[in-house]
Design a protein around this ligand. Structure first.
Ligand SMILES: Cc1cc2nc3c(=O)[nH]c(=O)nc-3n(C[C@H](O)[C@H](O)[C@H](O)COP(=O)(O)OP(=O)(O)OC[C@H]3O[C@@H](n4cnc5c(N)ncnc54)[C@H](O)[C@@H]3O)c2cc1C
Length: 512
């Protein structure tokens, strides 16, 4: 799970920050402006009148093939809408595959798995050939959503599933603009290997993670924290192989007295890895292990930033390999909503990965023969732009455990803000949850657009809870169903009332 290891702001090295500012990448900071609300206008790029070839003329065009977009496309296709899925990379899965995000987090809400997630889990088990442990439950592990999707299995599975659902996937194709007429998008403009082209559709789904299509269409958006103006920190993930995982475990557990993993024999440990109970090392989380890493800083092997958040997961079906949920790129120095800064974060992050891997090899028994076996091909953006839709999720929605007649999913995932902790948010208790209404996906002003995933409508704080993969998937699933419904009934998708779709066709029904 994404755990925090945060340090108070005073521990930050402000001299270093000044250095970052001089290097021209200081986009956040103590005096940063507040989150910019309603700033859609700067991003509008309207290609009206441009004589571009129309590549597809379809019922539904989904832009972005991450957790949310792939779910949207498969469900639109499966329910009868002719669908094209535009993806700038060459694999579906977004952060889960290109960003190496692993595993799919629990929602901590019982019965949160919508039919698409249940089917995805069935398919992944078939592909990975390993049945994950079921019924694991304790005070910290409960609820739905959990999935151990090995990136290489997920890409393969998604390709097959899209084919089966009749979805045309357009890889290596980047959204660069939109044509908007009378409150509706008529075409989105994409950059392909063959030059610019249009995709014409009745309904569009923005699953870019950055609300890019929504911004092109003039939908109001927000970015960053309402308190600090900063985006959540980015992470450039990587995998290391050649690791003796039990040896690492023993070092942390026996030598450093890190009890996070609990007591495990070598055999139990190996068995758990095979079965999919993914053990992970929360290297720097505990006071006990902190000194071990700080010694590395004192020796000049790593920096304070490098050790701020270190987390590693063993990966099901990939022996001797761990997925590194680090390094966390300092949010005071870099922003996911500034084009130059986001690019510089990659270079900065890559240097961090090299320092960390060298440090692990030199200092952690079990890493002697380890090497970087995979780098993310997409920087891990937790939060960037979010739309301001018909319904706006806030911390109130979470705190009041709100329920809605047009709910499309439920979650109790905690408000997980990396960066300095200015507020402490209560965790929902076992059995409690809040719901996400369909209106969260509807962009005001544009009647044939839905916005799904981490860029759906909500505050910075609310997004820190709804951004996890299973919730993004359930949003996409509902958007796909609603799109097919709108097409079938020749109506704008913004007028669909989720609660009026027959129960048998809905992926989630609120119990109120
Ligand atoms: C470091 C990190 C760790 C995390 N850990 C976990 C975890 O352990 N478990 C968990 O469940 N969640 C975790 N999350 C959160 C979760 O991974 C994301 O919030 C979620 O995957 C978002 O899904 P999405 O579909 O909205 O966006 P994304 O996965 O970002 O997908 C967006 C897709 O759109 C494509 N795209 C973007 N722009 C364009 C364009 N212009 N043209 C064409 N295509 C475009 C991208 O290539 C990408 O494929 C983590 C996130 C990060 C960054």
């Amino acid at each position: 799970m994404e755990k925090h290891f945060s340090i108070p702001i005073s521990r930050r090295n402000f001299m270093k920050l000044a250095g970052v500012a001089m290097a021209g990448v200081m986009v956040g900071g103590v005096d940063t402006p507040k989150a910019q609300a309603f700033s859609g206008k700067t991003a509008i790029a309207n290609f009206n009148g441009a004589d571009l070839p129309v590549l597809y003329d379809v019922d539904a065009c989904v832009v972005g093939g991450g957790a949310a977009g792939t779910a949207a496309a498969i469900n639109a296709g499966k329910n009868g809408a002719s669908t094209v899925l535009v993806e700038q990379g060459i694999s579906l899965g977004g952060l889960a595959t290109q960003g190496l995000v692993y595993p799919c987090m629990r929602t901590f809400a019982y019965d949160s798995d919508t039919p698409y997630i249940l089917e995805l889990n069935r398919r992944i088990e078939e592909k990975q050939g390993v049945e994950p442990l079921r019924g694991m439950e304790d005070e910290t592990s409960y609820g739905g959503g959990q999935g151990f999707y090995v990136p290489e299995c997920l890409t393969w599975l998604y390709d097959e599933w899209c084919e089966e659902a009749g979805v045309a996937v357009l890889y290596g194709t980047t959204l660069v603009g939109a044509v908007v007429e009378n409150g509706a998008i008529t075409d989105c403009v994409v950059q392909t290997v063959d030059g610019l082209a249009k995709i014409r559709a009745k309904t569009f789904i923005d699953a870019t993670g950055d609300a890019l299509l929504s911004r092109f269409a003039g939908v109001p958006t927000e970015k960053g924290s309402e308190r600090t103006g900063r985006n959540q920190p980015m992470t450039l993930r990587f995998e290391m192989s050649g690791i003796d995982v039990p040896k690492v475990y023993h070092f942390f557990h026996d030598k450093l007295k890190d009890t996070w993993m609990g007591e495990k024999s070598d055999r139990r440990f190996e068995e758990d890895v095979k079965k999919g109970l993914v053990p992970f090392m929360e290297f720097a989380k505990w006071k006990k292990t902190e000194n071990f890493f700080k010694e590395g800083v004192r020796r000049g092997e790593v920096t304070e930033d490098d050790i701020l958040y270190i987390q590693a997961f063993a990966i099901i079906g990939k022996p001797h390999t761990m997925s590194m949920n680090c390094p966390e790129i300092p949010p005071l120095g870099f922003s996911s909503t500034d084009a130059i800064s986001r690019s510089q974060a990659v270079t900065f992050g890559r240097k961090m990965t090299r320092r960390l891997s060298a440090f692990f090899k030199k200092n952690i028994p079990g890493f002697e023969n380890a090497f970087i076996s995979k780098e993310a091909s997409m920087v891990g953006v937790r939060e960037s732009w979010r739309i301001r839709g018909k319904y706006y999720l806030t911390e109130e929605t979470y705190m009041k455990r709100e329920k809605f007649v047009d709910a499309i999913c439920r979650t109790a995932y905690p408000i997980d803000i990396h960066d300095v902790k200015l507020d402490v948010f209560e965790k929902l208790k076992k059995g409690e949850y809040y719901e996400i209404p369909f209106r969260t996906l509807i962009a005001d002003k544009v009647n044939n657009l839905l916005t799904v995933g981490r860029c759906a409508s909500g505050s910075f704080v609310a997004q820190a809870s709804f951004r996890i993969q299973p919730t993004c998937m359930s949003m996409g699933e509902a958007a796909g169903i609603a799109t097919a419904w709108a097409v079938k009934h020749s109506m704008p998708v913004s007028e669909v009332k989720w609660e009026e779709i027959p129960e048998t066709q809905r992926s989630y029904i609120s119990k109120g």
